[in-house]
Write a protein that binds this ligand. Structure first.
Ligand code: HEM
Length: 291
């Protein structure tokens, strides 16, 4: 909260008030400056770019069998002591992100994607490391050989005149980041909850209570507003509501079902460390040792 005050950002909380704010035509995601990012614009341009991204994401609904098998192999291969972030959440979220783009993603790519958070961050527009990482990923994706999948679909949309040059380059990174960051944080936090009680859980209830994206930013006549998602709106609402929520829930269901089986014999959790970020809620480390 102090972070918001310090930056002159008002806060909206409570489910009804947040729902109204997210649906309000008087509040926009566009901070000005003409960003090509789907997240930072409204109106016809937003609808057009979002339509293309929605088509790409639809390619993962239902999650392809190979992605499901990959997730189960990651969890099945966890050793008797593992880090919920590095060994569980990261390879799972990384595999779904790779499937969304239709390219292989290595550890260096994921490292840069994690640093990019600060750049897409509502507060961190001046973060140099985040901007350098985002730029690097944009260059890498623009050169990546395109097999079947998301990147090819984005390039086809560009060739058909549905995305301009800047929209193609930037929204490839935005899609990668959107598919990765919140899922990474959700999966690790959910893993921590399952370690405490692996028997009864529901992926929808977990995502609602964990709420990995705590706020979204909007701009109105009275200045910027941080709208809380913590009162039951983990995927947001309105024009920008998460178009990947179905994928995120399917990914969570598969990964957490497999993890719960591994944890069923009991475990101990040590070295729990949290990220310190005003918007993205997640763990940086939590070591699970199976009994
Ligand atoms: C637990 C996992 C996830 C959570 C909690 C989450 C949450 C959100 C939220 C709250 C927004 C709205 C941002 C705003 O209103 O400004 C959003 C947008 C978005 N998400 Fe997700 N998301 C998750 C996973 C995913 C996945 C797996 C994908 C893709 C496969 C994805 C793709 C997107 C995209 C493209 C947008 C931008 C939509 C727009 O601006 O119109 N998300 N997400």
């Amino acid at each position: 909260m102090d972070e918001f005050e310090r930056r002159g950002i008002g806060v909206v909380s409570g489910r009804d008030a947040c729902g109204r704010a997210l649906r309000s035509p008087g509040l926009t995601s566009d901070p000005g400056g003409g960003s090509p990012s789907v997240l930072l614009r409204d109106g016809d341009g937003h609808t057009r770019v979002r339509g293309v991204l929605r088509e790409v994401i639809a390619g993962l609904e239902p999650l392809p069998v190979s992605v499901r098998a990959g997730i189960e192999a990651v969890v099945g291969g966890l050793p008797s002591s593992f880090d919920l972030v590095r060994d569980f959440a990261r390879p799972v979220a990384g595999s779904v992100t790779a499937a969304a783009l239709g390219v292989d993603l290595d550890d260096v790519f994921l490292d840069h994607l994690e640093v990019t958070t600060a750049n897409l961050d509502v507060f961190g527009g001046t973060d140099r490391a985040g901007q350098a990482s985002a730029f690097r990923l944009a260059v890498q994706l623009s050169r990546a050989p395109a097999g079947p999948g998301g990147l090819t679909a984005l390039r086809t949309a560009h060739a058909d005149g549905r995305l301009d040059d800047d929209e193609l380059v930037l929204n490839s990174v935005v899609l990668a980041h959107a598919a990765y960051e919140n899922s990474l944080n959700f999966l690790a936090c959910a893993g921590l909850e399952l370690a405490a009680s692996p028997a009864t859980w529901s992926v929808r209830e977990l995502v609602t209570s964990i709420c990995p994206a705590r706020y979204v930013l909007r701009h109105g006549p009275a200045g910027p507003l941080a709208i809380s998602l913590a009162d039951g709106l983990p995927f947001g609402l309105g024009r920008h509501a998460c178009p990947g929520s179905g994928v995120a829930l399917a990914e969570g269901e598969i990964a957490l079902t497999a993890l719960a089986k591994r944890l069923a014999g009991g475990c101990r959790v040590t070295d729990v460390r949290w990220k310190r970020h005003p918007v993205f809620h997640g763990l940086s480390r939590a070591v699970v040792t199976l009994s």
